[in-house]
Design a protein around this ligand. Structure first.
Ligand code: PMV
Length: 313
């Protein structure tokens, strides 16, 4: 059985596409798992896919070539350079809500890659796994920064900056996040493309937003390394305000982040692409149920409480 966790972007989204740093954490409470078994007597290259969470039960040959699983299996075959794969049956199960900014797509890619390479007994170092998962992200999302596949591959809190060596974060004290979905669907590729247009029209203004975000991400890193959650909460609020200015918040996200703050969150912001999708609220552990209830009351979906564990090495 291979698996991969969900993720949340703590701060720095969008600016990260323009080479500012960003921080993301794995959410180990939700994950995608993949189990593979040989498919006896089926011809090489045959794959039977069962993914009950998305009501999919099909042969690979019946999927359109643009389907994410077709893309992934073709990529694996070309990377392995050994012709068609031996026939197998693959069961994909996931507790990560789909299209919610929790990285469900990247988690499927990482878990399937792990499972198939193990099935054909080929080693897959984390660095190579991350590169392959990034190639899949690029096919689906246009110009992704690579932060999603990276945090999911390594399953550790990351300080990620395009074009710079990956850094793992020290987390001095565990912290509690309330995650919620706005219920408003949003496509990452569209929002990223809109930001690009706005940046092209107003390069100086947008560069200034990205610089301000870079500075707060560095301060958030220091707050995580010293366990200063009050400071971290303020930085998350500040990041949300900058994301509003960039134009990626929405009335629902603003209402929900405000509801979380009123219920006692140390800070709250949209997380991921925005215009809908996910939000996070940093909470003292004992306040989290109240914040979760306030978010549900204000209309949020898939609300859950999670702890990001301390990391000392
Ligand atoms: O929508 P999500 O959770 O996959 O996050 C997208 C994050 C962006 O910074 C907006 C895009 C990217 O590729 O980093």
């Amino acid at each position: 059985m291979a698996s991969a966790p969900a993720k949340a972007i703590l701060c720095g989204e969008h600016a990260v596409v323009y080479s500012s740093p960003a921080i993301a954490v794995p959410i180990t409470q939700a994950k995608t798992s993949v189990r593979i078994q040989p498919w006896i007597q089926a011809p090489s290259g045959s794959v039977w896919i069962d993914a009950p969470d998305i009501h999919l039960s099909t042969a690979r040959s019946d999927l359109p070539p643009t389907h994410p699983l077709s893309v992934l299996l073709n990529l694996i075959e070309s990377d392995l350079r050994r012709g068609p794969l031996p026939a197998f049956r693959m069961k994909i199960t996931s507790t990560i809500p789909v299209a919610s900014g929790l990285g469900s797509g990247a988690a499927v890619s990482v878990a399937v890659l792990r499972a198939v390479y193990a099935f054909v007994s080929r080693p897959l170092p984390l660095e190579r796994l991350n590169e392959l998962a990034y190639q899949v992200e690029k096919i689906h999302h246009g110009t992704p920064s690579g932060i999603d596949n990276t945090v999911i591959t390594y399953a550790r809190p990351v300080f990620f900056q395009r074009g710079h060596p990956l850094q793992f974060l020290r987390i001095a004290q565990p912290f509690t996040l309330v995650l919620a979905n706005s219920g408003q669907p949003s496509r990452t590729a569209d929002v990223v493309a809109d930001v690009r247009r706005a940046w092209q029209e107003n390069p100086e203004t947008y560069q200034d937003y990205f610089n301000q975000i870079a500075s707060l991400v560095n301060r958030a890193r220091a707050a995580l390394e010293t366990g200063d959650h009050t400071a971290l909460g303020q930085l998350l609020d500040h990041n949300h305000a900058l994301l509003q200015q960039i134009g990626v918040s929405s009335p629902i996200l603003d209402t929900l982040t405000q509801a979380a703050r009123q219920a006692g969150a140390l800070g709250a912001k949209l997380s991921g692409a925005g215009r809908g999708g996910n939000l996070i609220a940093l909470s003292q552990p004992e306040r989290a149920p109240e914040i979760a209830a306030a978010l549900t009351q204000a209309g949020a979906k898939n609300v859950f409480i999670t702890t990001v564990e301390a990391v000392h090495e």
